[in-house]
Ligand binder design. Structure first.
Ligand code: NDP
Length: 226
């Protein structure tokens, strides 16, 4: 049984992953942004969840929540993310929206890792999984959704650096493409259900180890190129 922290558990992939991990007997520390979502998660998961309420861009709130949380965290899953602003073309960019996208998708995952590192260091089997996207791949020479793509390329680099820095501590860091998933973000025309994506990510949660640190894989464990 592992204690797994997941950011953004109130809907989408985060909610499905919490559901799957609870079914497998794990304990969840889940983050939400509103009191209403906190109550909904407590009603749904009961004693299997410990809910933390913060916006992932609010470093002070994250640190306060981390300081209050007792015990260890085994696996941290950086899941919360946004697709970015309406206008995100290189020829017509909403720069405030671009900055917010980087804040949520790139800076926040590292902020959350730093805040909860003391909890991960207390675990005998720790690990970090960050949900990235194939849309960040440099190999795709495309220009749509460039703020989102850039934020995911950048989080790949940040997490690769973190993987290197945590190697000596025995804390593996892995990047995960969750598939194209039917959520508010992915849309109803996407390839796979949240359950299928979550089941694959749950397998990755259960099997992460130091030999996999610094790798980028899809939800089914297949290797991804950068
Ligand atoms: P959803 O839009 O369905 O859910 C996004 C989640 O992130 C919500 O729980 C939301 O909370 C949370 N969130 C957003 N902004 C913040 C914030 N500032 N602070 C705290 N929480 C926040 O997205 P998905 O479930 O589809 O996506 C989850 C992850 O998977 C993202 O990182 C996404 O980039 C990635 N991904 C998704 C794909 C897909 O096809 N769906 C494909 C590739 C990657 P709230 O409910 O409060 O808004």
């Amino acid at each position: 049984m592992a204690r797994v922290l997941i950011t953004g558990v109130a809907r989408g992939i985060g909610l499905a992953l919490a559901d799957e991990l609870v079914k497998r007997g794990h304990e969840i520390v889940g983050t939400v942004r509103s009191d209403a979502d906190a109550e909904a998660m407590k009603t749904k998961f009961g004693d299997n969840i410990h809910v933390l309420t913060f916006d992932v861009t609010d470093q002070k709130a994250i640190l306060e929540a981390a300081n209050r949380l007792e015990g260890s965290i085994d696996i941290l899953v950086n899941n919360a993310g946004i697709i970015g602003p309406e206008k995100q073309s290189t020829l017509d960019m909403d720069f405030d929206g671009f900055a917010k996208t980087l804040q949520i998708n790139t800076l926040a995952p590292l902020m959350v890792c730093q805040a909860f590192l003391p909890h991960l260091r207390k675990s005998t089997n720790p690990g970090i999984l960050t949900i990235s996207s194939q849309m960040g791949k440099m190999a795709y020479q495309v220009s749509d959704r460039i703020a989102y793509r850039a934020s995911k390329s950048a989080v790949n680099k940040v997490m690769q650096g973190l993987a290197t820095d945590l190697l000596a501590s025995g804390i593996p860091v892995q990047l995960v493409h969750p598939g194209w998933v039917r959520t508010d973000m992915g849309g109803q025309g996407a390839d796979i259900s949240v359950e299928e994506s979550a089941s694959g990510i749950a397998d990755l949660v259960e099997n992460i180890n130091i030999a996999k640190s610094g790798t980028f894989v899809a939800y089914d464990g297949s290797p991804m190129d950068w």
